[in-house]
Design a protein around this ligand. Structure first.
Ligand SMILES: Nc1ncnc2c1ncn2[C@@H]1O[C@H](COP(=O)(O)OP(=O)(O)OP(=O)(O)O)[C@@H](O)[C@H]1O
Length: 283
């Protein structure tokens, strides 16, 4: 077992985000969290890292309870790429990536040659070597995102948690990240737990032959869990997002089959203030 979340409950200042949440990741691969803005995905991911503490319930990494893991042990097991990273000091990109090695260094120890070689390798994987000596504070949102991914790679953990890893990325860099994730899972045997707003990311992984499990979260609860095709279907897109979508499969009778979800139009939804006003429809 990779991860088990049992009866997890969390509130911010007495406002509940989720209650009695359960999830299990049995096998190595990808676990993809979907759900509307504000449903609790980032909060759950931060609980998995121990950055936030559950009010009740348990999280187990393998057989070990997160409550019994020291911060360094968590850092050697689970790396993290946050959705937003506060840039405080003008460290160079290379220095920021090397921070991913902190879990393996003593308090006053400098990075070794091996650490540096790993950092260069990670920058190469995300196509960012040319920025190695640039102050991190001068990077764009998308470039910073790639540096955070490189930092997670050098942390050399069996699990990487990624909060919307392709936010801010252009068409090419989005694919670099998706391909990197596929390689991490297939070639290095790592597991990825990630949130994304794009159903086609899950289908991309499925199409690439990566073991993938998907969970749909709504208002702090899981409304569906299973394969991308089972969870990210037209009915769930309608019920969860109020979006009419169409799932297409092509190449079914060849070795290369692809599935994609095409968003077609908005559907009227009961308004949250009681009336059935619906939203403006694009026809
Ligand atoms: N530090 C905080 N203090 C109080 N409430 C918070 C805090 N962070 C998040 N929330 C609230 O908790 C709820 C869940 O937020 P969270 O960021 O986990 O959602 P999310 O599903 O990741 O959203 P998004 O898709 O927009 O990133 C939201 O209602 C949010 O306003």
């Amino acid at each position: 077992m990779i991860l088990n979340v049992h009866q997890a409950t969390f509130s911010y200042h007495k406002t509940p985000v989720f209650q009695h949440l359960n999830l299990t990741m049995d096998t190595q691969g990808i676990f993809c969290l979907f759900g509307p803005n504000g449903c609790g995905k980032s909060t759950l991911l931060e609980c998995l890292l121990g950055y936030l503490t559950l009010d009740a319930g348990d999280i187990h990494w393998g057989q070990k309870s997160l409550k019994k893991m020291k911060p360094q042990e968590v850092a050697r097991h689970t790396a993290y790429t946050p959705q937003n990273h506060v840039k405080s000091f003008p460290y160079t990109v290379l220095q920021v990536v090397l921070m991913g090695r902190a879990a393996y260094q003593g308090l006053f120890q400098s990075p070794s040659q091996e650490d540096e070689a790993m950092a260069w390798e990670a920058l190469k994987a995300v196509n960012m070597t040319h920025y190695a000596h640039t102050p991190y504070t001068q990077l764009s949102g998308g470039e910073s995102q790639l540096v955070m991914i490189a930092r997670a790679l050098v942390q050399d953990t069996p699990v990487i948690i990624m909060d919307e890893p392709t936010a801010h990325l252009d068409f090419r860099h989005e694919l670099i990240v998706l391909e990197t994730i596929v390689k991490l899972v297939k070639e290095q045997g790592r597991s990825i737990i990630m949130s994304t707003h794009f159903p086609n990311h899950a289908f991309y992984f499925e199409n690439a032959g990566v073991p993938i499990q998907v969970a749909l979260m709504e208002k702090g609860d899981f409304t569906a869990q299973g394969s991308p095709r089972e969870v990210l279907n037209e009915t769930n897109m309608r019920d969860t997002f109020g979006v009419r979508a169409h799932m297409v499969h092509y190449g079914e009778d060849t070795d290369n089959t692809y599935t994609q979800l095409i968003p077609l139009s908005l559907l009227p939804r009961p308004s949250t203030d009681g009336g059935d006003q619906g939203e403006r429809m694009i026809t």
